[in-house]
Every structure is written in C-alpha cells, then in structure tokens.
Design a protein around this ligand. Structure first.
Ligand SMILES: [Zn+2]
Length: 310
C-alpha cells in the first residue's frame, strides 16, 4: 500500500503525503456501519477526519480507498470530487477494485457526479486509463482535483477545456474510436519514448515477462484482472519481427499495441490480439517504439512474450 502511494505520487507529480492516513481493518458488518452509506455491499470506504484521513476496510491490501484519501490530502480544502473521474482514477491505481470488463457505456456513466453505482466502475477505470494514455497521469490527476465543484455536464466540460484543453465531447469521440492516432496527445510518445530500450539477446530475440509484476505497484490495472505494461523497443535498422506468447495462449490472451515514437509524419500504430495465434512478419521502419501489453489472464500466472527479428 505504501509502494502504491509513492508510485501514485511520482506518476501524478503530486509527491508523497506529508501526513499519514489512518487505516482501520474491521469486520464487514462494522465497515457497513462505519461507512454509513445505507447500502450493504460496502467493503471499504475513505473519509476526511481529524487529525488524519481515515480508511475503513474489511480486506487488505486496500489500495483503492487510499487513492481517495491521497487525493483529499492533495486539495487545500478537502471536497468531494467528480465521482466518475475519481472512481476511475482510484480503480486504475488502487488495484484491489473491480477487474471485470466494462458493461456500461461512457454516456451512461459520465453524468454521475456523486456516488457512482458499482456497475459503472469498470467503464470509469477504462476511461481514466485512456485519459492517462492521452495526457499522462499528472494531467489526469489535475482534472480529477479540478472537478470538486463540478455538479453537471456543462461544468465538467469547462473543467476539461481548462485543464486538458479539450472538450468532453471531443475527448469522448476520440475514446469511442479508441484512437491511438496522431490526432491524440500521445503522452506515451514523450514519456516512454524517452526511456531506455529493452536489451535484445544476441540471437535477435527479446523475451518479455508480462503479468509477472501484476502485484507490482508500477503496473496499471487491477492485480487480479487486466494489467497494462509498457516496454520501449528500438530498431536501428528496418526489420521484420514475429511476436508470440511462449505460454498457453488460451490462458493468457495478451493484446499488444505497438506505437512508433516520433511525429505525426511517421505515424504507426498496430494492435494485435495474440489469442488469435502468433503474429508473423510485421515490417517495421527503423526507430523507437512503445509496446504496450494488455494482459488479462485473471491469474497471477505470468506470461512470456517472445519477439524475434528476422
Ligand atoms: Zn472508490
């Protein structure tokens, strides 16, 4: 839980906490009573209290609620923030939350300014993952913190324009297209493209363990569900690559996305679902690329991704 908080502080550029959060581990009935939300399926909650913010939980580790407490401490005056955005961010970084795939639409979830119904959480997390992808975690956290007075879609729209420079409609449209194209802000290009590239084996292969670090605080996504990991690859010359999973595919279903570093002039983005079998002979121009894996085994079993250059 502490590692997650320091990862959150680094990624959002909001830094470490200056005061502790008190975490109480209680029996489920006591949690329901203490959280006082009037519903039975409450397993943890966070609230502002003196002298320290409090997280009450019936399970450990409980990272999701810590994200709420963290955000409260990063505001001058703790106020409730826009539910759809905050629950999304808390679900992305606090990996003990729901791991199921979204079953509701963005249009349905976005109007929830306070208390988000549980079935909307996966969509909120998916959307905030997209915002992080597009604008970076610091900007994603800024928009959540800026949303505390927001109670309707008009005000939400103004907050997006002020914080991210885009209207919520334009962003929703981009999201629906699941665009990773050059028209998007492409935070990964700046951040991951600056990172050192993975080292290739002399035989021209590269073996990446994916999902191994599912419980590591540097993986985005739920610890028992989909996890995103990012790797930086570099090819000094034009090449042809084949990519396969070295573990039983039925159990792992990794999806990969390869995006070229650089400007819109050499735009390249490629998505492939390895549950369809190995990917053969993808031709690549020289340069740096960001490989993102979406790994949804639902297990703690890691997968091995093998990339071979011809
Ligand atoms: Zn929450």
């Amino acid at each position: 839980m502490e590692k997650m908080l320091s990862f959150l502080g680094r990624e959002t550029e909001l830094g470490d906490l200056e005061q502790p959060v008190d975490v109480y581990l209680l029996a489920e009935e006591q949690v329901v009573e203490t959280c006082g939300l009037g519903i039975d399926d409450v397993y943890a909650c966070a609230f502002v209290a003196e002298p320290n913010p409090v997280v009450v939980t019936s399970y450990l580790p409980t990272e999701h609620e810590l994200v709420h407490a963290y955000l409260s401490l990063k505001q001058d005056e703790p106020k409730t923030r826009y539910a759809f955005l905050e629950e999304g961010l808390a679900s992305v970084y606090g990996r003990d939350g729901s791991s199921s795939a979204p079953t509701t639409s963005l249009e349905e979830g976005l109007p929830f300014d306070r208390s988000l119904p549980l079935d909307q959480y996966p969509r909120a997390a998916h959307f905030m993952n997209f915002v992080i992808d597009e604008f970076g975690p610091a900007a994603a956290a800024r928009v959540v913190l800026a949303s505390s007075e927001v109670r309707d879609m008009d005000a939400l729209n103004s907050t997006f324009i002020e914080t991210l420079g885009t209207s919520i409609n334009a962003l929703a449209e981009l999201y629906e297209q699941e665009s990773v194209s050059c028209t998007s802000a492409g935070w990964q290009r700046g951040y991951d493209c600056g990172a050192p590239a993975e080292e290739w084996h002399l035989s021209g292969t590269l073996q990446l363990d994916i999902g191994r670090e599912c419980r590591s605080p540097t993986v985005l996504g739920s610890s028992d569900g989909p996890a995103f990991e990012r790797f930086t690859l570099e090819f000094p010359e034009a090449t042809t690559v084949s990519i396969r999973m070295d573990t039983p595919v039925e159990e792992h279903h990794a999806t990969i996305r390869l995006t070229k570093c650089g400007t819109c002039d050499d735009e390249f983005s490629f998505v492939y679902d390895l549950s369809r079998g190995p990917l053969f002979e993808l031709q690549l121009d020289p340069g740096k690329y960001v490989l993102r894996t979406l790994y949804s085994s639902g297990q703690s079993e890691p997968g091995v991704l093998v990339i071979r250059q011809q």
